[in-house]
Ligand binder design. Structure first.
Ligand code: NDP
Length: 244
C-alpha cells in the first residue's frame, strides 16, 4: 500500500526521541513538510541534521503560554500527531499532586491545546485534516504502578472521541493509536526488569512487544486517505493483549 503525503504539512509533538522522532522522519520520507516539536534542543539539532527539511520548534508543552507563543507562526497544518507524553510510575498510595499535574498537563492538556491551535487553522482553510493521538493499551487496562499514566490515556481516548464528534463536520478525522510496550526510553522505564517484561509478554498472543515501526505504520495509515472514513477509533497495536 503506497502512502504519499506530498504537499501536506505535518506537525509531530515529542519528536525528539522514540516513536515521535521515527514518525517525523517517516512523514518527511513520504513527502510531508514536517514541523517537529519537542523540549530538548539537542534532539532537534540531531533531527534536523538527519533530515534537513524538518522545521524544529523547541518548547515545553506543559507550559500553555510558551506553547501558544511557539506555535503562533506554525502556519496551516494538515496532519497532526499528538505524541509527546510523560510517564512517572509509582504505587497508587504514593502518587503526589505534582506527578499528577505534570502528567495531565502534558498527556492531556497539551493535546487539547495543540489540537485547538491546529484544528482552528484546519477549519479556517476549509481543507480538513487528520489528527492522531498517541494513546496506549494502558487506557483500557489496569497496570501496576501506572495509576496516573493509565488515567491520562483513558482521558485521551475519550477526548479523541469528542474531538472526532465536534471536528468531523469540518472534515477533520481524529483517531488514536494504542500500543503495547515499545522499548523506547519510556518503555525501558516500566519494562526493563526481565520479570516484569516476561509477565507482560506472556499475556501478548503474538509473544513480543511492539517495534517503533509497528506504531509508526499505524499512525501513517490513520493520517492517510487510506483511512478516509475512519474517525473516533482507538486502534490497538498490542499484539492481541487486550483481546484476552
Ligand atoms: P519517549 O520517552 O521515548 O519520547 C517522548 C518524547 O516526547 C521525547 O522526545 C520527549 O522529550 C518528548 N516530550 C515529553 N514531554 C514533553 C514536553 N513537556 N514538551 C515537549 N516534548 C515532550 O517516549 P515514546 O516514544 O516511548 O512514547 C511516545 C508516545 O507513545 C507517548 O504518548 C507514550 O505515552 C506512547 N506509548 C509508549 C509506549 C512505550 O512502551 N514506549 C507504549 C504505549 C504508548 P524529552 O526527552 O526532551 O523529555
Amino acid at each position: 500500500m503506497e502512502i504519499s503525503f506530498v504537499g501536506k504539512r505535518a506537525l509531530v509533538t515529542g519528536a525528539g526521541k522514540g516513536i515521535g522522532r521515527a514518525t517525523a522522519l517517516a512523514l518527511a520520507r513520504c513527502g510531508a513538510k514536517v514541523t517537529a516539536v519537542t523540549r530538548t534542543q539537542a534532539d532537534l539539532s540531531s533531527l534536523v541534521q538527519e533530515c534537513a527539511s524538518i522545521i524544529p520548534v523547541c518548547v515545553d508543552l506543559a507550559d500553555w503560554g510558551a506553547t501558544e507563543a511557539a506555535l503562533l507562526d506554525v502556519g496551516p497544518i494538515d496532519l497532526l500527531v499528538n505524541n509527546a507524553a510523560y510517564a512517572s510510575l509509582q504505587p497508587f498510595l504514593e502518587v503526589t499532586p505534582d506527578q499528577f499535574d505534570e502528567s495531565f498537563s502534558v498527556n492531556v492538556k497539551a493535546v487539547l491545546h495543540v489540537s485547538q491551535i491546529v484544528a482552528r487553522g484546519m477549519k479556517a482553510t476549509g481543507s480538513g485534516g487528520a489528527i492522531v493521538n498517541v494513546s496506549s493499551q494502558a487506557s483500557q487496562c489496569a497496570l501496576r504502578d501506572h495509576t496516573v499514566y493509565c488515567a491520562t490515556k483513558g482521558a485521551l481516548d475519550m477526548m479523541t472521541k469528542v474531538m472526532a464528534l465536534e471536528l468531523g463536520p469540518h472534515q477533520i478525522r481524529v483517531n488514536s493509536v494504542n500500543p503495547t510496550v515499545v522499548m523506547t526510553d519510556m518503555g525501558r522505564l516500566g519494562w526493563s526488569d526481565p520479570d516484569k517484561a516476561e509477565t507482560m509478554l506472556s499475556r501478548i498472543p503474538l509473544g513480543r512487544f511492539a517495534e517503533v515501526e509497528d506504531v509508526v505504520n499505524t499512525i501513517l495509515f490513520l493520517l492517510s486517505d487510506k483511512s478516509n472514513m475512519t474517525s473516533g477509533v482507538t486502534l490497538l497495536v498490542d499484539g492481541g493483549f487486550l483481546a484476552c
